[in-house]
Design a protein around this ligand. Structure first.
Ligand SMILES: C[S@@+](CC[C@H](N)C(=O)[O-])C[C@H]1O[C@@H](n2cnc3c(N)ncnc32)[C@H](O)[C@@H]1O
Length: 419
């Protein structure tokens, strides 16, 4: 199952068909090609798989959000593990035996509450109603409920006022019961607060120069607490910040990163950890709590503002140095050689990964810990690390988004040590 779609072999070759389960007999119609690959639409399931379930969502199949609601948990787990293995072997060019030894079983959420999304981005249609983009288009599927969301965000949906047409609404919530928003226009921020749907909203479009330095309008109390570190620290953020969307995903990544850092770097107390793509401190604060001296790099001005504030309040003085910089192969590594490098890049992966890892290796780092939210780019970055002398140790996949084909991983590599 590449992407979220099923792969079907027929007389004409292979075709990608969404909404199918492994082993089913189905009828489908070809609807064109993308990147040379035949794309098809499912017409009928002739012999359903025993792993097929009825989605507990009224807009399943139309909404572009969750593409695996028709699969039971076991099939989702198997599918995600297979996506990881395929990416590592086909894109990362790792030997299947290396993958079999390195890849851990998928870490799945312990509870439905852990899997609920605490941050959501909605699209607003031409009539001012919020929803999700439909599958494969920019049409908006208007929703007044979404089972993937935390109960507080679910409760907000039917109470939303009409907003400025064709804009974006981001919502976030926290354990203290706040619901906050980020919108494009001040009138929408005021309307949301006046309707009692949110405690506050930040208007990000005012920050027109794109540097994220914050010349923006805030209406009401627009910050949430604890979401940056999945409830471990009272770190603040808002609905326009990147934070991990689910508790299970956020906490799972922290646990796996701390384990991996200990595995490749041993006791990091008093040692330098270079953390790249830090956001507002999701991994910074736990690493600092382990006693590491954390040298942190993040490119987004908004993230850096929250990061600096969170570090100042929650980390020992002088233990964390924050830099705002664009990360690529030329990034200065900072003062002193890093003992371990931790990177949590966006979906597109690490720009200039090969050059960056080569310099990290030359500086004598013991290991790398690489988080990925996209197996294709993650595998490409792992290959770049291995090509300059790092050795893959472990890949821990995490199911941060049940009901979708998305899968994250935390991979660890040691410099020049064979398994
Ligand atoms: C996947 S998020 C991870 C953030 C954080 N580790 C977390 O889990 O909350 C990636 C972060 O990298 C930042 N970013 C993306 N590309 C970047 C680049 N080339 N240089 C610096 N930062 C970048 C984004 O602003 C974002 O905060």
């Amino acid at each position: 199952m590449p992407g979220g779609a099923g792969l079907i072999r027929d007389d004409a070759g292979v075709a990608f068909v969404p909404d199918v389960a492994v082993g089913e007999r189905v009828r489908y119609a070809e609807r064109g090609r993308r990147g040379g690959a035949r794309q098809a639409t499912l017409l009928a399931v002739l012999e359903p798989s025993s792993s097929r379930v009825t989605p507990a969502c009224r807009v399943a199949g139309r909404c572009g959000g969750c593409d695996w609601l028709h699969l039971d948990r076991a099939a989702q787990t198997a599918g995600k593990e297979q996506l990881v293995d395929d990416a590592l072997t086909r894109i990362g060019r790792f030997d299947p035996a290396v993958v079999a030894a390195a890849r851990a079983p998928l870490v799945v959420p312990a509870s439905p509450a852990g899997a609920a999304r605490r941050r959501v981005r909605l699209a607003v249609d031409g009539a001012g109603r919020a929803g999700f983009f439909a599958r494969g288009s920019h049409d908006v599927v208007v929703v007044d409920s979404c089972p993937a969301l935390d109960a507080r965000l679910q409760a907000a949906l039917p109470r939303l006022p009409r907003l400025s047409p064709r804009t974006t609404l981001r919502l976030a919530t926290d354990d203290e019961g706040r619901v906050v928003a980020a919108v494009d226009h001040a009138r929408d921020a005021r309307a949301l607060v006046a309707a009692g749907v949110v405690t506050g909203a930040v208007v990000t479009a005012r920050d027109g120069d794109g540097d994220g330095d914050g010349d923006e309008l805030v209406v009401g109390e627009a910050q949430v607490r604890g979401e940056v570190t999945a409830g471990l620290f009272a770190a603040t953020s808002d609905a326009a910040c990147f934070t991990q969307a689910t508790r299970s995903g956020g906490r799972g990544i922290i646990d796996a990163v701390l384990d991996a850092v200990a595995d490749v770097g041993g006791d990091v107390r008093g040692r330098r950890v270079l953390e790249l793509f830090a956001g507002s401190g999701h991994l910074t604060l736990p690493l600092s709590a382990r006693g590491a001296l954390v040298d942190v790099v993040e490119g987004d001005g908004r993230g850096v503002r929250f990061l600096r504030d969170n570090v100042a309040r929650l980390c020992p003085a002088g233990a964390v140095v924050v830099r705002q910089a664009f990360i690529d192969g030329r990034l200065p590594l900072g003062d002193g050689a890093p003992h371990v490098v931790v990177a949590d890049p966006p979906r597109t992966g690490i720009p200039g990964a090969a050059a960056l890892f080569a310099r990290v290796g030359q500086a004598g780092a013991a290991g790398l810990v690489l988080v990925s939210c996209d197996p294709a780019t993650g595998a490409r970055d792992l290959r770049a690390a291995v090509d300059v002398g790092f050795v893959l140790q472990r890949v821990v996949p995490l199911d941060a988004f049940p009901g979708t084909h998305h899968v994250e991983w935390v991979a660890s590599l040691r410099r020049g040590v064979e398994r």
